[in-house]
Design a protein around this ligand. Structure first.
Ligand SMILES: *Cc1c(COP(=O)(O)O)cnc(C)c1O
Length: 458
């Protein structure tokens, strides 16, 4: 098919350009719109011309986020086997909702789920759902949590909803990600159900802080949300200390491990998340540190009964309940692509050793970039990476904070892409290394680019 040949050629061209193309997109909206019809076309356009037009429209607006010098937010490129498998998934166009709608989708997802639990060193009988991202992994796992903590109060939330239900309080690490808040909004609990747990500058909740919060209303239905890798400094809670405290009070512990949960896959980094397997649910991403293409989050729970009770539905025309797990019993979606397959491919391509090596390599590169940049005149290292995240502040000679200007200058230069944030009320530059393909040369180029930006701005 000519369309596929064109698409493959475009993907190859993009991937081959990653080393030389500016990491930030330089295209204007007008350039991206120009190759497209200005209004919805009356008559269809030949498929090959459509694919060419879309490629031409997208190209000026593509960032180099698949490459080795994109350090903003928390991104990672796609591993070769994961990318190729993702493309096959689109071609096969399977509806991985039931074992009967796609046996391949269901069986391969079971294998992916088992490998995932093994890789993350979580209980092998934990339930799992492959969802769109960590956002929906939170919504899915917290729906299971909502079910369980209300069932313990004799309330069936799936039947009765929240009207008249016992109140649920959510004790969350104050550095929790905004996606946790949105998941609680979607679940009808609202953002005000969150009671922040002070985590100071370390990003870690102290055992006494949790104890005191739990003791405030010992009878309340309680969910505790902890961090495995907060987005600023990669801080991880002391799960080994906190989980038993929460459990003694009858609470459900949910972990946001969007990227940080992957530390458990490395013997060197696993001590950072010691005891994480004691939690009741975990949310993580494939499209961050496992380096699958986007559209890959994972919700994992210890309580498969609560998980499926929160998600399962039945309809006369469905055939389910066979020897193979039906994915939809654990997901919030109906129809869905076979999104577990790229994750399976990534896990197989890396294996246990390769996964650990990739995680460790990213952390080493993050530390090297941090050390190189924090050494520049006017730069102050705020948080040296303990994992793969670091923070640096920049000052002009007169002491003004020029972090945002440095970030903008680095990004405009095209050699690397970084993002900003606030820490302790000050603007800072964030560095996040999540890509399998970042190498020592990328590190060196980034430090040089930062040095040029700083010397121009000071
Ligand atoms: C990225 C991120 C999320 C949200 O994940 P998505 O895959 O974008 O939905 C949640 N928590 C943390 C810590 C993150 O870094």
């Amino acid at each position: 098919m000519e369309t596929l040949d064109i698409a493959f050629a475009e993907v190859r061209r993009y991937l081959a350009s990653l080393d030389t193309r500016p990491v930030a997109s330089r295209g204007t909206p007008a350039e991206m719109r120009a190759p497209l019809p200005t209004t919805f076309p009356e008559r269809g356009i030949p498929a090959s011309d459509v694919v060419r037009a879309i490629a031409a429209a997208a190209d000026p607006g593509l960032t180099g986020s698949a490459g080795g010098r994109f350090f903003a937010w928390v991104k990672g490129g796609a591993l070769p086997a994961a990318l190729a498998t993702d493309i096959m998934c689109s071609g096969w166009d399977q509806n991985a909702v039931l074992a009967s709608t796609s046996p391949a989708g269901a069986v391969l997802e079971e294998v992916a789920g088992q490998f995932l639990l093994d890789a993350l060193r979580l209980p092998s009988d934990a339930s799992y759902a492959f969802v769109t991202g960590c956002q929906m992994a939170h919504a899915t796992a917290l729906a299971a949590a909502r079910h369980a903590v209300l069932a313990r109060k004799g309330w069936d939330v799936e039947a009765k909803g929240l009207q008249g239900a016992p109140v649920i309080r959510v004790l969350a690490n104050a550095h929790h990600h905004s996606s946790v808040t949105r998941a609680l909004r979607l679940l009808g609990l609202g953002s005000e159900c969150i009671i922040p747990l002070d985590a100071g500058r370390t990003g870690m909740v102290a055992p006494d802080v949790l104890r005191q919060a739990l003791a405030q209303e010992p009878q309340a239905a309680t969910i505790v949300v902890l961090n495995a890798g907060d987005l600023n400094i990669g801080a991880c809670d002391d799960f080994a200390a906190l989980c038993p405290i929460a459990h003694a009070a009858g609470a459900w512990v949910h972990v946001d491990g969007a990227f940080g949960l992957w530390a458990n896959a490395s013997p060197r980094l696993a001590p950072l998340v010691k005891g994480v397997e004691l939690a009741d649910s975990w949310a993580t991403d494939g499209h961050k540190w496992l380096n699958t293409p986007y559209d890959c989050g994972m919700a994992i729970t210890r309580d498969a009964v609560a998980h499926s009770a929160a998600m399962r539905m039945t309809a006369e025309y469905l055939t389910s309940g066979g020897p193979v797990r039906d994915p939809m019993d654990f997901t919030p979606e109906w129809s869905r692509r076979a999104r577990a397959l790229p994750a399976l491919a990534a896990l197989m391509e890396l294996g246990r050793e390769g996964l650990a090596a990739m995680i460790e390599r990213c952390c080493d590169h993050a530390a090297a970039i941090f050390d190189g940049i924090a050494d520049l005149p006017g730069a102050t290292g705020i948080a040296r990476p303990t994992m793969n995240q670091g923070l640096i502040r920049f000052e002009a000679v007169d002491g003004t904070n020029i972090s945002d200007a440095v970030i903008a200058a680095i990004n405009a230069g095209g050699e690397a892409f970084v993002s900003g944030g606030s820490w302790d009320g000050e603007r800072v530059m964030r560095i996040s290394v999540c890509g399998w393909n970042t190498n020592a040369d990328d590190v060196a180029r980034t430090v040089v680019a930062a040095g040029e930006a700083v010397s121009r701005l000071r």
